[in-house]
Design a protein around this ligand. Structure first.
Ligand code: FAD
Length: 404
């Protein structure tokens, strides 16, 4: 059977299909899509789309004709179970499809806020196009939003809402913004920028209850006893990977579907990629699950390469971006384990990078409005080369020469 069946038509699923055809794969390719839209880009959902006129077509990877031309079947359905022995995928409609290889690209879903009244009508999330459209439509009629969670999505939304003139409070349990993902230098910069724009950020507190009046949101009660009045709540408290399809089929899962360094599950006929995959990274010597477009699309390319006869160890180098207000944050590498930081550029001029070091070696570059530093990071880091912190901080030091 030469059918490659792909469960999930997000960034990862779409890219596998495209890369297979680019590699001249001639077998059947079918994408199981459980959203009612053509496959679309997620990053704009918390950024540009909220400011736009709401045209979903602006988000689509490709028009419908592309799928027809490439003979990529788009099946509007949901995968509900896998019969591994018979190599069949069962869909919610009752249809069962035989596969030669199955790619699980089921992504992740919102972690739900678990407090009283969290299901009130004006408590919204930002993961899907439908959710973003709902937020976009509600914003003009609302005055005051409480954003729960100061991660990338919460802050991107907060900046957009403030830009539209809303009152904005952000509630964050950690002592700084984006605490799990970036260095204190970057957190501090974004704290200052968001606060200067008029956003109030409340650290070290959690939402304990959504308060409602006549079925509508009226405030968010906090763990320190205060209540923040509001008429809209947007929740960005992280995601849960969609592993259930795999685990019900007996495939090992933990905080993701467990795959090896080639992104294969325990079953040689099933791969898993993107937000749902917990992969064994040879480069970093650890298992990890990443949530980024880079990870989803590079893993898709890696699997397509294996399925067209060129097996590879997955070696994509992590990078990420986040647009918040007028600022562009770009991250190259994994900076979590840093022990020291060298700053290049000027915080006051809103153009700087945090070069992150561990044991004297460069492990990542976090850049604010400094695309050239980001590009440098993406070039030097995969080469396993480094520059010294002194060189990084010295604006007369020519980064290009270091990678020549
Ligand atoms: P997804 O894109 O989540 O796609 C998975 C798809 O599978 C979904 O359509 C889901 O409905 C479907 N599915 C699940 N279960 C089934 C099933 N049983 N049957 C059929 N279909 C199923 N990353 C960046 O790098 N930069 C950014 O600026 C950025 N901004 C973001 C902003 C927002 C608002 C969000 C939500 C994410 C953002 N990300 C960003 C992260 C990035 O979008 C994700 O990492 C990426 O979408 C992961 O791709 P994926 O295909 O693994 O999962």
């Amino acid at each position: 059977n030469d059918t490659v069946l792909i469960a999930g038509a997000g960034h990862a699923g779409f890219q596998v299909a495209v890369s297979l055809r680019q590699a001249k794969y001639t077998g059947r390719i079918a994408l199981i899509n459980d959203e009612k839209h053509l496959p679309y880009q997620r990053p704009p959902l918390s950024k540009a789309y909220l400011k736009s006129g709401g045209d979903p077509n602006s988000l689509m990877f490709r028009p419908e004709k592309f799928f027809q031309d490439q003979t990529i079947e788009l099946i509007s359905d949901r995968a509900v179970s896998i019969d591994r022995a018979a190599r069949k995928l069962l869909l919610a409609s009752g249809e069962a499809i035989d596969y030669g290889h199955l790619v699980l690209a089921t992504g992740a879903r919102n972690r739900q806020l678990d407090v009283p009244n969290a299901t009130l009508d004006d408590v919204l999330y930002l993961r899907t196009l439908d959710e973003s459209e709902m937020v976009r439509q509600r914003m003009p009629e609302k005055k005051h939003v409480v954003v729960i969670g100061a991660g990338f999505i919460g802050l991107e939304f907060a900046a957009t809402a403030r830009g539209k003139g809303m009152e904005v409070d952000v509630v964050e349990l950690a002592p700084r913004v984006m605490a799990r993902a970036v260095t204190p230098e970057i957190s501090s910069y974004f704290h200052d920028r968001h606060t200067a724009a008029g956003i109030r950020i409340h650290y070290g507190v959690r939402a304990t209850e959504i308060e409602g009046k006549d079925g509508h949101v009226s405030g968010v009660a906090l763990s320190d006893g205060r209540t923040l009045p509001c008429d809209l709540v947007v929740v960005g408290v992280g995601v849960i990977p969609n592993v259930e399809l795999a685990s019900a089929a007996g495939l090992p899962t933990a905080s993701g579907i467990i795959v090896d360094e080639q992104l294969l599950t325990e079953d040689p006929n099933i791969s898993a990629i993107g937000d749902c995959a917990l992969f064994n990274s040879v480069r970093f010597g650890e298992v990890m699950r990443l949530e980024s477009v880079q990870n989803a699309t590079d893993q898709a390319r890696c699997v397509a390469s294996r399925l067209t006869g060129e097996p590879k160890t997955y070696d994509g180098y992590p990078w990420f971006w986040s647009d918040q207000g007028d600022d562009k944050l770009q991250i190259a590498g994994l900076t979590a384990g840093f022990d020291s930081v060298a700053v290049r550029g000027s915080v006051t001029e809103r153009s700087f990078s945090a070069f992150c070091y561990k044991d004297g070696k460069l492990i990542g570059v976090e850049s604010v409005n400094r695309a050239a530093d980001h590009v440098f990071g993406r070039k030097i880091l995969p080469l396993d080369k480094s520059i010294t912190p002194e060189q990084a901080a010295d604006l007369t030091f020519d980064l290009k020469k270091a990678i020549a």
